[in-house]
Design a protein around this ligand. Structure first.
Ligand SMILES: Cc1ncc(COP(=O)(O)O)c(C=O)c1O
Length: 473
């Protein structure tokens, strides 16, 4: 099958400030490798020709050729006569193999081990299993008891809900991809946040959507006027937002922002997907908030997405959608081609865990608070010029350096045994080179070690005379 060629302008924008302390060809190879590893460029894509790359990157063809030779040697490029240089992920050898979890300190994912009660909840859930075994087990909408619990929780939070407004999915990832497949047609426009959650962007892209950015500033949050302008100009089909403890900035929308975006969306027929996967993980937010769906007085503008993953355990793979019953019916009908419902046992366990949900949240809150404080302390000691945007909850902290070093820093950190997501991974086209995401789901000890590694890696990225690196130290 012919591979898709990355347009040169896209490649140069994704590469950003790729030059580093090593020779140009090594730096270029390392940057391309990082982008393949963290998914910013897909394996299977074809690089532009050597001549075009040399011309646009301002380097000689020999340098491009050497970078490709390095990528080929480490298994990240396959070159075939006539088909150019195709990116790949090596399965075997290479000087920078994909590290296996366990070998490395992995802060690339904002995830954590289960809360303590999951095992006991699984035992209790077994009581309900015999009754389920008499059914065929295909629960396309989700188990009635779980949908009822979820509906009651929404109603108590100010969003009147019945089980007909709920469909249970395989995690919120399953919910988002179901929404994308069902509500989008190729060419539709979708507003997404930058920085934002890359896997959701991928789900919308897979459905053929064109993504339009709306900025979430690490200190100031959303610009409601900018959002409104984009809705009015582009009439997007969907807008995807994380109003509470946005991943990765941890910002929450103010009441005024919520009011404005729901109002403009409802006037222009844009449906807002409110990803509330991390919404319950409050540490010490100063402002009380109401769910985005509360602002949707007609009930057909906001679709809420939730998950048991970040509160209870990711291994449950239980998420859900709350929407008008019309939308829920469309989602359930669209499911048949790829997913016939979430696992019954997982739903039973999740239902049990909702019984003691305050304790679940209390447990997470304590750990996330300790990790956030450990991060602030470690940054002050090891990387004092880094700016930690306020973290009031959620799963991640967004850190800003005063130079565009993020990709180079994560490559250097990888060599020292730390996996961490470079800032540009959370953007749409190579931006956020000054940022890095640190998950506060990691333990305080892991965070302390990670920051020490980053500080050490920072020395390597600071080439003498290189303005970018020097100003960070
Ligand atoms: C904002 C956000 N949405 C969705 C997901 C997917 O979560 P899951 O499918 O485990 O529910 C995550 C997980 O990291 C997330 O952070």
């Amino acid at each position: 099958m012919a591979s898709h060629q990355i347009p040169i302008h896209q490649l140069t924008s994704l590469l950003g400030e790729w030059r580093g302390p090593s020779s140009d060809y090594t730096s270029l190879a390392e940057r391309v490798r990082l982008m393949v590893i963290d998914g910013r460029i897909k394996a299977g894509a074809r690089l532009p020709s050597e001549r075009v790359m040399a011309e646009h990157l301002g380097i000689s063809r020999t340098t491009v050729n050497s970078a490709l030779a390095e990528l080929r040697a480490s298994g990240y490029v396959r070159s075939r006569q006539g088909s150019g240089s195709v990116l790949d992920i090596p399965g075997r050898t290479g000087d920078l193999p994909i590290p296996q979890a366990g070998d490395m300190l992995d802060l690339s994912r904002a995830t954590s081990a289960a809360v303590p009660g999951v095992h006991a909840a699984a035992e209790r859930a077994l009581r309900w299993l015999p009754a389920r075994l008499t059914t065929d087990g295909y629960e396309l909408s989700g188990l009635p008891a779980l949908r009822e619990t979820l509906a009651d929780r929404y109603t108590a939070s100010g969003v009147p809900t019945t089980p007909e407004n709920i469909v249970v999915t395989s995690g919120s990832a399953g919910a988002i991809s179901l929404i994308a497949r069902t509500l989008l047609a190729p060419g539709d426009r979708v507003i997404v946040e930058t920085p934002g959650y890359p896997h959701s962007n991928d789900a919308f892209r897979s459905a053929g959507a064109r993504l339009l950015p709306t900025i979430v500033d690490g200190d100031l949050g959303w610009d409601a006027d900018e959002f409104a302008g984009t809705v009015e100009r582009a009439l997007p089909t969907l807008a995807y937002v994380m109003p509470d403890f946005h991943n990765p900035t941890s910002r929450s929308m103010s009441d005024a922002v919520r009011t404005t975006i729901v109002d403009v969306a409802s006037r222009h027929g844009t449906v807002i997907v409110s990803d509330e996967t991390t919404a319950e993980l409050d540490i010490d937010r100063s402002e009380a908030t109401l769910p985005l769906a509360v602002y949707d007085t007609h009930g057909n503008t906001v679709i809420s997405v939730g998950s048991a993953s970040k509160t209870m355990w990711g291994g449950l793979r239980v998420g859900w959608v709350r929407a008008s019953s019309t939308i829920i019916d469309r989602l359930v009908a669209a499911r048949f081609s790829f997913d016939l419902g979430a696992a019954v046992m997982d739903q039973l366990i999740t239902s049990e865990l909702f019984d003691g949900f305050d304790e679940v949240i209390g447990y997470r809150q304590e750990i996330h608070r300790a990790s956030r404080d450990a991060l602030a302390n470690a940054l002050a000691r090891h990387l004092p010029t880094a700016h930690l945007h306020p973290v009031e909850g959620g799963v991640a902290a967004w850190v800003r350096f005063d130079a565009p070093v993020s990709s180079a820093l994560t490559v250097a950190a990888r060599r020292r045994g730390l996996l961490i997501g470079a800032g540009p991974w959370f953007g749409l086209s190579g931006e956020f080179e000054r940022n890095i995401r640190v998950p506060i789901t990691a333990t305080p000890d892991a965070i302390e070690r990670a920051v020490a590694i980053l500080a050490d890696a920072m020395i390597e990225t600071a080439r003498p005379g290189r303005e970018a690196g020097r100003s960070v130290l």
